[in-house]
Design a protein around this ligand. Sequence first.
Ligand code: BG6
Length: 510
Amino acid sequence: MRTPNPFIFIIFGGSGDLAKRKLIPALFKLYKEDHLPGDFVILGLGRQVFTDESYRTAMLESYSELTTDSEDSTTAEKFGQHVYYQVFDIGESQDYLGLKTRLTTLDHDYHIDGNYLYYLAIPPELFVNVATHLGNVGLQKQTNEHQWKRVILEKPFGRSLASAVQLNQALVKIFDENQIYRIDHYLGKETVQNILALRFANGMFEQIWNREHISHIEVTAAENLGVENRGGYYETAGAMRDMVQNHLLQVVATIAMDPPDQFEANAIRDEKVAIFNALRPLDDAAIQTNVIRGQYIASTIRGEKVAGYRDEFKVAPRSTTETFIALKLYIDNDRWQDVPFYVRTGKRLPTRVTEVVIHFRATPHQLFKDGQDLVSNDNQLIIRIQPDEGILVKFGMKIPGAGYAIKNVGMDFHYSDLADTSLPEAYERLLLDALLGDSTLYARADGVEAAWRWVDRILTFWEANPEFKLFGYPAGTWGPIEAVELFNDPTMDWRYPCKNLTGEDTFCEL
Ligand code: BG6
């Protein structure tokens, strides 16, 4: 495993939630596992007043739970020594000069040689502002061929096609595309990456990965939580912008892409962009039949009263923001022509689970049917992204004994069975990649724009037709029943997954 060169990791939004919950703990884990160089600095920037010392103490809380023994505690203390803070106002030019001076000092003390990673954990409307200021003081410049300056942008990357294009155009005036890392934490999930290994390292799957053999594909990302304290943000996003435009279209592209010529960032991303560009555009009529939106309403889950979306903090009492989407999409290319992809996501569903279900076509001539116990005549490959990460193949087998009764059985692989392997957190993997200059798992400008192009039609239609149906669903259920009507075959339904990947015929953990 390569180790990055010495670096300074600068967090805009250093006193915010993301820094504390995800970034600092991920960097600590990388440190603990020896993936970081001896010389590095983490510099938090924010309006909240901290000294280096008080910031260290505040951040320590976030990763101390990752320490298990006294050796770990010593490691945590040593890691803390690399953490610094500067009070900073994003809109204030003077503060960028102050930042430059501070970076020069830290750079000198830690022998960094000008390698800086700027992490913009701030609202997207401030991205260009920060980038412009950095450009004004020359903090984007790479002064020799070994030195790097990179910027990581948190989602949402724009809120429409036009704003994403505008953002890309503004950013490339300051940073080169290869300095810009647009993070999509779904791509950092080990199991999403494993889709590529499963497909391209195994002839047995790749041969049949097409319309000849696959009848349809389901992608589900269910969450049991509601919007929690993020109502203010969620009101401006909704499930389409929050989950579909980025995470779920990325998963679809990973499932659907052609094999790249080589395993290299641009080759892989070229293939994904080809999928986004091949998404069949939805006209108004298709939007009305192929996209179902819903919003959770109050209910009682396991004896506990749960608020409806409209009663959540910072949510408008008559909000029409969707907390659930189910849609059907098609990819117009040779491999996938007319194979429906059913994609579904929602908050306050019965459980938290993300998975892809590949449904293979039934045998052309069905020998075993009527009266026999064949639960369903399609073979399924279930790729479980979270939790209980793993893979399950379902197929029909003869029940031992007289006659030819067929039963669906499963063959499974669980990541937890890989001895000594703990799955790295998505942020851990992605931050290390950015420090190493590997952008394979980051979204490229053209990909982001192509995904927006497809989603934009739906959002524009909803905006122009505010009375378009928004179905209520009681919190804790699988969303509006209308989602089932998306299936081309009226006998079909979604898979309703449990937390446990296998054994669901005997128990279902929610
Ligand atoms: C985030 C969304 O990007 O992804 C959240 O903003 C969502 O609303 C989260 O809850 C889901 O991520 P995960 O990794 O928990 O599936």
